[in-house]
Write a protein that binds this ligand. Structure first.
Ligand code: NOJ
Length: 659
């Protein structure tokens, strides 16, 4: 009996030519898979209209022929699934996972040919597939030197891109460009508007032990996967069996339809252990005072992380009804050139003016959860040598939240400079998440690897940064940024945008935002940990009425209902609090004023509700009247409309409770 017969049974007749339509449960999305002349391709349609033309598939293997040509199909397998699952934390409690699956088991026709599998899942709102490579008689390891996945979208489409392989990782402003003009590699999610008016976002799910996928135009002018290389140019070293991350093509008829696309989460596994100890958290921080120059990270006269300040902030958190406090700059490494010091940072030694034991004790007595900080500056060797001890150091003091940071343009891993989003980076981030889970620690990762839905499996990964956040205010953020994020970066999961800066007019770091807009972010930008990022006095003394919204807004949502949105112009979303009948609405606009008329028929029943509205005053403007805010209360019901005007660079937030 030959090798394939042994593996698949003697009834198998390999096919050299094959084509198959995989049709989504509602029949509207289809993926056409074709084997011709030894190569497998796929194409995608929605409602009979082309989304992706015939696109190539394959993998380049170091020291061997590409896994791409001379293929036959040894077996196919079809399946359907329709299930719902409950998320522990997130934008939506109940999530439906409904798809049609077809799996193609492939082998090279040559004698002793290699085998691999491509598994497709077709959803009503997109297509996903991945390569699965089993152990082979000849080899159990593989060096992947390239992945040849094409996404052959009309190159006249418009894409919102951020560049890859740049020093600030994912922290760039999005630019709208025709696909044919994407001169260099770009990050995913890459959101694209096609000439036929579809909205497509190309991304990946379940990124483990592999380089992160960026996209670039290939020699045929088609978008193709460009897996972030390691320093030796290889994309990944893997032991078999190995599954690549899922390649995901989200498809929508309108931008706001993208917001509730749950394919990425659905392609991740449920948690394998109990994570009921994970709790979302709202927090303040010894933080923004450093950005505006009031305090410093480094010890000295104006040092932020002192025992005195920490105790004052714990008291303030208590008064503000905020459960968490982040303290940055409490260990060594901040003096002088902190970006270089990361090689020797000691994560176990508080500086002399911070008595961490005393602060931790005081926090515990007052019911405040401390968030520890590890700025690794990407020196992974130094960090990993201490990581377990550093996690223990915190948990021994009752600290179960950590904000790790990976500033710096490259990581140092085993003495080599590696991209944050290379296989080396991905492996480190994963190691940290798993070790944190072991110690019951929740993470808010800054300078992270991008989100690919792994928080479904690892809910302790409560949030991450991974895009330009408010620390770039003071010149480098324009109001349009927050109207692009929901349709791009946020499709990859929650983001710590460090919202709630009330001192918007501070000349040291003036925001391109009105005050009301700062409240909107708590609804428009989902995050499993939400920061109230300004100094407490701005909440307690300067704007106490506006602060009430932050006090009340929840973090964990029952349901998310996107209401209006145009990428780069405006975005309005409603969310229902978990285990509650309360609803919240947030809206943001770009540099232009925008008036919206909101239909409230998402409200559950015919009750009368009270809407507390925090909106821009009629003369507000992000340039010269940032603080103009109107706070008013109104009785509403589901048959009413809410008319709200957003100032240039403005926004609004509404809290709706049953009267
Ligand atoms: C960049 C992070 O985004 C910011 O939150 C942090 O304070 C600094 N790095 C210092 O670690």
């Amino acid at each position: 009996m030959g090798f394939f017969e042994r593996l698949f049974g003697s009834f198998i007749k390999p096919k050299l030519d094959h084509d198959q339509q995989i049709i989504s449960p509602n029949g509207r999305v289809s993926c056409y898979v074709k084997l011709k002349l030894g190569s497998l391709t796929y194409s995608v349609k929605k409602d009979g209209k082309i989304i992706l033309r015939e696109s190539g598939l394959g993998i380049n293997v170091q020291g061997d022929q590409p896994l791409k040509q001379g293929l036959m199909i040894v077996r196919t397998q079809n399946k359907k699934l329709d299930e719902t699952w409950t998320s522990l934390i997130g934008e939506q409690r109940i999530i439906r996972n409904n798809y049609t699956e077809a799996t193609f088991y492939l082998a090279e026709t040559a004698e002793n040919g290699r085998m691999f599998t491509i598994r497709f899942r077709v959803f009503d709102d997109g297509v996903a597939f991945r390569y699965e490579i089993p152990p082979q008689p000849k080899f159990q390891r593989l060096i992947i030197s390239d992945e040849l996945t094409e996404f052959n979208i009309d190159s006249n489409s418009q894409a919102w891109r951020i560049p890859a392989y740049q020093p600030d990782r994912y922290e760039y402003n999005y630019e709208k460009r025709p696909v044919y003009a994407l001169a260099s590699s770009v990050h995913t999610p890459l959101t694209i508007e096609t000439p036929l008016g579809h909205y497509v976002s190309i991304h990946e799910a379940a990124l483990y032990n592999y380089g992160s996928m960026t996209l670039k135009l290939n020699s045929l002018g088609r978008l193709q996967s460009d897996i972030t290389p390691l320093s030796d140019g290889m994309r990944a070293y893997v032991d078999l069996p190995f599954n690549t991350p899922w390649r995901v093509i989200m498809i929508a008829d309108s931008p706001i339809e993208l917001i509730t696309n749950r394919i990425v989460l659905n392609l991740n596994d449920p948690p394998k252990e109990d994570f009921s100890w994970v709790k979302p958290l709202k927090f303040i921080g010894i933080w923004w005072a450093m950005f505006v120059g009031e305090w410093t990270w480094a010890p000295g006269e104006r040092h932020g992380a002192t025992t005195k300040h920490a105790i004052e902030y714990i008291d303030a958190a208590k008064r503000l009804g905020i459960e968490g406090l982040l303290i940055e700059g409490w260990n060594n490494g901040w003096e002088g050139d902190w970006l270089q010091n990361g090689a020797t940072t000691d994560f176990l030694k508080p500086v002399s003016d911070l008595d961490l034991d005393k602060v931790a004790e005081y926090a515990k007595e007052n019911g405040i959860k401390l968030i520890g900080h590890h700025e690794t500056v990407g020196f992974i060797d130094n960090y990993e040598a201490q990581m377990e001890d550093a996690f223990k150091f915190y948990t021994e003091r009752g600290i179960n939240y950590i904000k790790p940071g990976y500033a710096g343009s490259m990581m140092t891993v085993q003495g080599r400079k590696e991209f944050h989003h290379s296989q080396a980076g991905v492996r480190h981030y994963q190691k940290a998440v798993e070790l944190a889970a072991k110690y019951h620690i929740c993470l808010d990762v800054h300078e992270p690897i991008k989100g690919t839905g792994i928080e479904r499996t690892w809910p302790n990964l409560l949030t991450r940064e991974g895009a330009r956040g408010q620390e770039y205010e003071g010149g480098a953020l324009s109001p349009s940024h927050a109207t692009i994020l929901p349709f791009t970066r946020l499709l990859a999961g929650g983001m710590d945008y460090t919202s709630g800066i009330f001192d918007v007019t501070n000349v040291a770091k003036r925001l391109a935002s009105t005050l009301a807009r700062q409240l909107a972010y708590y609804v428009t930008i989902y995050s499993g940990m939400q920061m109230a990022a300004d100094r407490p006095r701005f909440y307690e003394e300067v704007q106490p009425a506006a602060y009430e919204f932050i006090r009340n807004v929840p973090i964990n949502w029952e349901r998310t209902v996107p209401l209006l949105g145009k990428i780069g112009e405006y975005y309005v979303v409603a969310r229902q609090e978990r285990e509650s009948s309360n609803w919240y609405i947030g809206g943001v606009t770009n540099e232009e004023a925008h008036r919206v008329r909101l239909n409230l028929d998402f409200l559950d029943d015919d009750s009368t509700y009270t809407a507390e509205i925090y909106r821009d005053s009629d003369t507000a403007h992000y340039r010269d009247n940032q603080l103009g805010i109107t706070i008013e209360s109104r009785k509403i019901s589901k048959t009413d409309y809410l008319d709200i005007w957003m100032a240039p660079g403005g926004g609004f937030a509404v809290r709706i409770t049953k009267s």
